[in-house]
Design a protein around this ligand. Structure first.
Ligand SMILES: Cc1cc2nc3c(=O)[nH]c(=O)nc-3n(C[C@H](O)[C@H](O)[C@H](O)COP(=O)(O)OP(=O)(O)OC[C@H]3O[C@@H](n4cnc5c(N)ncnc54)[C@H](O)[C@@H]3O)c2cc1C
Length: 326
C-alpha cells in the first residue's frame, strides 16, 4: 500500500488548477488526460493535470507547485504497482520521465529516478558492470525500484535467496515531504521487504547512486536469459495481459497465490478482470477491465480465502485517485 492511497479524490476548483498549471511548462502539461495508458494495468480515468517531468529537479519543482496551491499530487513511474480509479485523479499526476544517467569509472552510476530499469540494466551489462541484471524483466523506474526495494531470486541454479536492489544502493537524492532536497543513505531509506521510508512519508526519490561491481559479461547475459525465461514461464506477458504484478502481500510460508489457487479461482473473471490462469496472485486486464472490476475481483478472492483458510489477504498494490465511476 502507498502513502498516495486515498489521495486525488477531492474536486479542485478550476482557478486553483490554473494556478498550478501556470507554474508548469505548458508544452509538457496535459489536462483531463486518461492515466490508463501510463499504467501497467492499462486502467484509470483522467488526471485533472498530467505533467511530464523531464529532470529530477523538474519533478521536485512540480511537487512544490502543487504543494504551494494545496493540491494533491502523485508521482507515477511505470505504474506497475498501482490501480488507478475509473474516476481518475483530482489534482496533479507527475509522470517521471527524468532519465539522465552518469557512469563513473569505479562502477558507480547516478541514475535519475525516472530511468527505466530495463534500459539501465542493458547499459550496465554492456559496460561490464554487474549487480542490476538480476532484476531484468521487472517493470519499474529507478524511483519505483527504490520505493519498493525491488527483489528477485538469486541466479539459477541455486535460487536459494531473494536479492534486493538495496544490495547495490549507495545513496539517493530526495525531495523531503516538506520540500528540502537532500542526499540520504541506506540507513535513512530503511530497506525492508516491500518496504522503505517512501511508503511512510511523502519523500520522493530524485536520483539514485548505485555501486556496481566489475562483472563477466557472458555470465551476466546468462543471468538475463535465465531470469527472463523463468519469468516468462510463470507470469502472464504484460503486452498481452496487462497487470500490476502480485496483487496480494506475501504470506510467509503459505503464499497468497497458493491460497487463491486452492479456492479454485484461477481463470475466475469479473467483467474483463481475471485471475490469471498461470499465476493466481496476478490479476490481468483482458482488454476493457475497469478499476471497479478489479476491486470486485480482489474482494471476491479475499472473501473466498478467508472463508476457506481464515487468512485475510492484504492487497500490496496502491489504490490511486477516485474509484467513483469515470
Ligand atoms: C508483471 C509484473 C511483475 C512484477 N514483478 C516484480 C518482481 O519480481 N519483484 C518486485 O519487487 N516487484 C515486481 N513487480 C512490482 C513492480 O514492478 C514494482 O513495484 C516497481 O518497483 C514499481 O515501479 P514503478 O516505477 O512502476 O512505480 P509505480 O507503480 O508508478 O509507483 C508505485 C509507487 O511508488 C511510488 N514512486 C514512484 N516513483 C517514485 C519516486 N521517484 N520516489 C518515491 N516514490 C516513487 C509511487 O508514487 C507509488 O506510490 C512486478 C509488477 C508487474 C506489473
Amino acid at each position: 500500500m502507498t502513502t498516495a492511497t486515498n489521495r486525488g479524490t477531492t474536486t479542485v476548483p478550476e482557478p486553483v488548477l490554473n494556478a498550478v498549471a501556470s507554474r508548469l511548462d505548458p508544452s509538457r502539461l496535459h489536462r483531463a488526460t486518461r492515466i490508463a495508458p501510463y499504467t501497467a494495468f492499462r486502467i484509470g480515468g483522467p488526471a485533472d493535470l498530467l505533467y511530464d517531468a523531464a529532470t529530477g529537479d523538474d519533478l521536485a519543482d512540480a511537487i512544490d507547485s502543487a504543494e504551494a496551491e494545496g493540491v494533491d499530487w502523485f508521482v507515477l513511474g511505470l505504474g506497475a504497482n498501482v490501480l488507478v480509479g475509473d474516476g481518475g485523479f483530482r489534482g496533479l499526476v507527475i509522470r517521471n520521465l527524468a532519465r539522465h544517467v552518469t557512469w563513473h569509472d569505479d562502477g558507480r552510476c547516478v541514475a535519475e529516478s525516472g530511468t527505466v530499469m530495463g534500459d539501465l540494466i542493458r547499459e550496465a551489462v554492456a559496460r561490464g558492470w554487474s549487480g542490476l541484471e538480476h532484476y531484468v524483466g521487472i517493470p519499474s523506474t529507478v524511483g519505483g525500484a527504490i520505493w519498493q526495494n525491488l527483489h528477485f531470486l538469486s541466479p539459477a541454479p541455486e535460487r536459494e535467496r531473494t536479492m534486493f536492489i538495496a544490495e547495490v544502493f549507495e545513496a539517493c537524492r530526495v525531495r523531503h515531504e516538506r520540500g528540502e532536497r537532500a542526499t540520504v543513505d541506506a540507513g535513512y531509506v530503511g530497506f525492508g521487504y516491500d518496504d522503505t521510508v517512501f511508503h511512510h512519508t511523502r519523500d520522493i526519490v530524485l536520483d539514485v547512486t548505485f555501486q556496481l561491481a566489475a562483472g563477466d559479461r557472458g555470465a551476466m547475459h546468462r543471468i538475463l536469459q535465465e531470469n527472463l525465461s523463468w519469468r516468462g514461464a510463470r507470469h502472464p506477458w504484460l503486452e498481452h495481459h496487462p497487470s500490476a504484478g502480485s496483487i496480494f502481500r506475501k504470506i510467509e510460508g503459505v503464499g497468497a497465490g497458493r491460497l487463491v489457487d486452492q479456492c479454485g479461482l484461477k481463470g475466475h473473471r469479473i467483467g474483463d478482470a481475471q485471475i490469471s490462469h498461470i499465476h493466481a496472485n496476478i490479476m490481468v486486464n483482458l482488454g476493457q477491465a475497469t478499476a471497479v472490476d478489479v476491486r470486485a475481483l480482489i474482494a471476491h478472492a479475499q472473501d473466498a480465502v478467508f472463508e476457506k483458510f481464515g487468512h485475510r489477504l492484504q492487497p500490496e498494490i496502491g489504490f490511486i485517485g477516485s474509484f467513483e465511476p469515470g
